[in-house]
Design a protein around this ligand. Structure first.
Ligand SMILES: [Zn+2]
Length: 256
């Protein structure tokens, strides 16, 4: 089995879509469908034919192009079972622990509610890739529109349990702001300081900061470090439980 080729492309102001292509079978998947034109342009740039569309959650920035892409390509659409709001055009509903086959490998679905109740992430174990939608961002996490801190922390713990070398593809380029916030709450973290410098350099050249790796997130993302003594000290919450620390971080980030 050859490794999947990944082609990340921007759309809207700060969204990323990703095409995944398997050279052996010719199958191609796209993660999320916020902009049909951007997806079709990316497919034509690469010369790939879309076979699967994988939807993470119901927000328009991830679904607005779904029906147009499906009509144009005839792809099979996989997406979350409805929770707060349903998504038109899904052929196969998936939930926590679902597995499906794509290009000869198994894809595992991880339900990560918090940002929305329907959020699912897609884990490709053979290729060490995870698509985290608006749950886990590089050095940040999604806003809690439909869930609470306890729900989101439980979701993030599922992602933390993946192998550290897993490449993390998130759906938005929020990394520069996330890095500034992270330095505010975790100022003495040397891995974070180094990553923030790297992000400044990448963005000044107009380059994406996504994907990162889970190891980088474990080292630098405050929302994955709610058990870290140094971070807790800087929040003056040395003995608080992790949900309280997470809620405090999320509230500060909302106000940031
Ligand atoms: Zn969203």
């Amino acid at each position: 089995m050859s490794r999947l080729e990944c082609h990340q492309f921007p759309y809207n102001n700060d969204n990323y879509g990703v095409l995944l292509h398997d050279a052996d079978t010719g199958q191609c998947a796209c993660v999320d469908a916020g902009d049909a034109q951007a997806t079709m342009d990316a497919l034509s740039t690469k010369g790939w034919r879309l076979s699967h569309l994988l939807i993470t959650h119901h927000h328009g920035a991830h679904t607005a192009g779904l029906s147009a892409i499906k009509a144009e390509t005839g792809c099979m659409v996989i997406g979350p079972e409805p929770a707060s709001s349903s998504i038109a055009g899904i052929d196969t509903y998936v939930g926590d622990g679902s597995e499906f086959e794509f290009a000869g490998r198994s894809v595992r679905v991880i339900h990560t509610p918090g940002h929305t109740k329907d959020m699912v992430n897609y884990y490709f174990a053979d290729d060490a890739l995870v698509f985290t939608g608006d749950t886990l961002f590089s050095m940040g996490c999604g806003r809690l529109f439909e869930g609470d801190a306890a729900m989101m922390l439980a979701s993030i713990r599922k992602l933390k349990a993946l192998p550290a070398e897993t490449q993390v593809y998130c759906a938005h380029e929020y990394t520069a702001t996330n890095a500034r916030f992270a330095l505010d709450v975790d100022p003495d973290n040397s891995a974070l300081q180094a990553r923030a410098r790297q992000v400044t350099q990448l963005r000044s050249q107009g380059l994406p900061t996504v994907p990162s790796t889970l190891q980088m997130e474990l080292d630098t993302n405050p929302f994955l470090r709610t058990d870290n003594a140094q971070l807790r000290q800087s929040l003056s919450m040395p003995d608080a439980d992790e949900v309280a620390v997470f809620a405090e971080l999320r509230e500060r980030r909302n106000q940031y």
